[in-house]
Design a protein around this ligand. Sequence first.
Ligand code: ADP
Ligand code: MG
Length: 399
Amino acid sequence: MNIHEHQAKALLRSFGAPVAEGFPAYTVDEAVGAAKKLPGPLYVVKSQIHAGGRGKGKFKELPADAEGGVRLAFSIDEVEKHAGEMLGNTLVTAQTGDDGKQVNRLYIEDGADISRELYLSMLIDRSTSKVAFVVSTEGGMDIEQVAEETPDKILTLPIDPDAGVTKDDAGKLADALKLDGEARGDMLKLAPVLYKAFTEKDMSLLEINPLIVMENGALRVLDAKVSFDGNALFRHPDIAELRDKSEEDEKEIEASKHDLAYVALDGNIGCMVNGAGLAMATMDIIKLYGAEPANFLDVGGGANKEKVTAAFKIITADPNVEGILVNIFGGIMKCDVIAEGVIAAVKDVGLKVPLVVRLEGTNVEKGKKIIDESGLNVISANDLDDAAQKIVKAVQEAS
Ligand code: ADP
Ligand code: MG
């Protein structure tokens, strides 16, 4: 689960990280009110969307030469003007895709005098099974580009979970960031603070780009992106509350209610499969026969009629879906139960596109019989190859 920058900063501040003063705002009036509470004379108006690259982003509704989604303001009047231009408009950044994201909230923050912009992130390093820091002196820009062109400018430092962040670790990070004086002292304090926040809150990613050295020599967290491990959210009701559903795909929200593993994709063939491996294989074979899957959907091992119906509703709610492929291996689950679920779902939801069903495993003959005798326009298939070819052909013929 992702959260907004202002929420991430409030969380990091509560652990003791150096974060500027700032307030979220949902209206222009609130933005003005927020700015009045800040010392000035420099304010920053920041679009809050779950995507980076906001500074260089463009608003769809504004002229191409208009400023981006993160803007400096030198007076309260300017804060008002920027807030008016940003709220309700659609920000397109390198990370949002062409559709962009509507800006519904802003963060009004005290402006900083920047001397240097650094990069710092933390993630779970699968190769060492440890939480690792990744730091670079090349902050504020695209870290992927730095990794490609000048990988020697990036330090990855895994942390021993028993020892935590040692003085030696913090020193290595400060060295890699070429910090001295007050900023160095700040880094030695910041590294253990971030590690504590990361581990206590079950984060999966923490990215501060940029972490800055200010003209006065102190360190400050200027941007913050935090993702949490969804499987650990039950331990953190305070974090779960920060979820902003307007940032998520509606179909994925509905799927999570029914405990279905669903990911929306761009293709035209909806898939309903049990088991993640089989779902991946189904997507692959659809592509092999020249079409694209509209989703990944794993109904799980214990799918019942209700779950199958919910899954069907989610698939058919996608306007891009021109055909559906149901591919079920009845292991623990019986094929006849699935067949009944599919028939009930079709009767309940209606069927406007071709549907191919492939069943295999326990009670397969009974399952096929139920499908064949249902009187519904369902195409049954014998194996995965057959099923994929049949659905691709049916969709081509229908269009
Ligand atoms: P994004 O990464 O989405 O573009 P950032 O928060 O990193 O958004 O902001 C982009 C740039 O705007 C930063 O690299 C920094 O130069 C500037 N900036 C952001 N916040 C402030 C601030 N509080 N004071 C001064 N400059 C800022
Ligand atoms: Mg940034």
